[in-house]
Ligand binder design. Structure first.
Ligand code: NAP
Length: 456
């Protein structure tokens, strides 16, 4: 019997070990588009093995509830996995909320199971787990609500907001410390579950919350003595943190600014009531003529291409121009769209060759030798004010230097601003032509012009 148990434990540990290795490989492979698919598979198989290992646990006496939970989870999970690409950030936020809720509930349950014989170390770990878990639940739900536009998108700010947040956080930590010193103060745990997170309205915050969720899972690993959870939590926590740092760098925000909630307040509304400045616009026929006369074209995709789902039309444009001998490449800004890798994923979906996708740092010096920069639904990532206007909220953010191309053509529906809510001086330059319209429809019209009506 003891032998059986020990044998079972060895199998569980082995499954966990393989799962941990697969999680590490998954992250490694996902860092390159060519191996990303392997990464997804490794992650999925790792998670399956981890679940199997957990189900073999001798502590489980009844599988009925687990089975019902698995069925329910699958029913909810499948449609959640099929959301449009543009809704992925809010979907990710929801997943974090579920994961964090789970961690928080397990943490609370462990407290009740172990109290009052609970060591100070264990109490400290449980407190950390529940603080980070609870904060991630409410923070992620708020972020998802804002991204889905259920909550107002604009940052909800009020006087003394940072102070209130700091007081709340300090309160939570004080309660945690008092729990460590006096474990009987259990009821106050509930307070920790509802810590609000100020101004949490951006994908960077989701990524940061991802980091918190990972840390709380790692803390849970210590509580449950699970090496798998410690490893998976640490991987999740560190990757979330690193991604947040990369994203804040690409948006030229200091990481402390993100951490301490002043986030989102830099957005200025487009100057209301300001007299409209003249811009030059062109038709699809004119745009097609300019493009077919070019030798070198750089396409700059942005959030609008994602919204319009124009990537397949963009592929047709790429094919039509390439056939005519035009050299077409794609400039990828690290924060174009609404999540890291947004443009890479969309362009890959349309089978545009990877070697045509060039990162910002590498392609920026090529714009002066480029005949046409074709901006498709991108705005902030092309805004020259980031280089020259010290008063601009995005001053210092690295941008794609499209204004240095001989001709710039910008496809968007109106003069409305992008994510940062600010005007773009690019549109008023002498070498810029505005192509007003929906990205998918406009690119389709250009393709029709280029192919004599056969494409588009
Ligand atoms: P953007 O600045 O938000 O501009 C997108 C533009 O697309 C808008 O100006 C809009 O203009 C146009 N558009 C919307 N729907 C369209 C349609 N159907 N057809 C054609 N155009 C359409 O986008 P971006 O240049 O990609 O910059 C990304 C922004 O998001 C940056 O400010 C970045 O800091 C922020 N952000 C990104 C991430 C990330 O991880 N990628 C994370 C957090 C924040 P009209 O309304 O006139 O059409």
């Amino acid at each position: 019997m003891t032998g059986d148990l020990a044998g079972g434990q060895v199998i569980i540990e082995l499954l966990y070990l393989i799962a941990s290795v697969l999680f590490i490989l998954s992250l490694k492979w996902m860092s390159s588009p060519t191996t990303a698919r392997h990464g997804i598979w490794a992650g999925e198989i790792g998670m399956l093995l981890a679940i199997c290992g957990t189900l073999l646990h001798h502590g489980i006496v009844d599988y009925k509830l687990i089975f019902i939970a698995l069925v329910l989870g699958t029913i909810i999970g499948v449609p959640l996995g099929e959301v449009a690409m543009t809704a992925v950030p809010q979907r990710t936020a929801l997943s974090h909320a579920f994961g964090a809720l789970c961690v928080t509930l397990v943490g609370s349950a462990e407290f009740y199971l172990r109290a009052p014989d609970i060591s100070r170390f264990m109490m400290a770990v449980l407190s950390l787990e529940v603080i980070l878990g609870g904060l991630t639940v409410t923070g992620s739900l708020m972020a998802a609500g804002k991204l889905q536009e259920i909550l107002p998108q604009r940052p909800l700010t009020y006087k003394g907001q940072n102070l209130v947040n700091f007081v709340l956080l300090a309160g939570a930590l004080a309660i945690a410390v008092s729990l460590v010193l006096h474990p009987e103060a259990a009821l106050t745990f509930g307070v920790l579950l509802i810590i609000p997170i100020g101004g949490a309205d951006m994908p960077t915050v989701i990524s940061l919350l991802n980091g918190y969720a990972g840390l709380s899972a790692a803390a849970m690993g210590f509580v449950l003595d699970s090496k798998l959870l410690i490893i998976a939590g640490a991987l999740d926590g560190s990757s979330g943190l690193i991604l947040s740092i990369i994203m804040s760098k690409a948006m030229n925000r200091s990481f402390t600014n993100v951490l301490f909630g002043a986030f989102g307040q830099v957005q200025a509304a487009a100057a209301a009531g300001e007299e409209a400045r003249p811009v030059r616009s062109a038709t699809p026929e004119e745009a097609a003529a300019i493009l077919s006369a070019a030798n070198r074209v750089i396409v700059v995709p942005g959030y609008g291409m994602a919204v319009a789902q124009a990537q397949h039309k963009v592929r047709e444009l790429y094919d039509a121009l390439s056939k005519r001998g035009v050299d077409v490449r794609f400039a990828i800004h690290p924060v174009a769209g609404r999540m890291p890798g947004h443009m890479n994923v969309l362009l890959a979906e349309a089978d545009i060759p990877y070697d045509r996708l060039i990162e910002m740092d590498e392609i920026n010096s090529d714009f002066p030798q480029t005949d046409v920069a074709l901006v498709i639904g991108a705005n902030d990532v092309t805004n020259p004010a980031a280089r020259s206007d010290a008063s601009s909220p995005i001053y210092g953010m690295p941008i794609l230097d499209v204004d240095k191309a001989h001709t710039v053509m910008v496809i968007k529906r109106s003069m409305n601003p992008g994510f940062a809510g600010i005007d773009n001086p690019l549109y008023y330059l002498d070498n810029t032509l505005m192509l007003f319209g929906d990205a998918k429809a406009f690119v389709g019209s250009i393709v029709r012009e280029l192919t004599g009506g056969h494409g588009g």
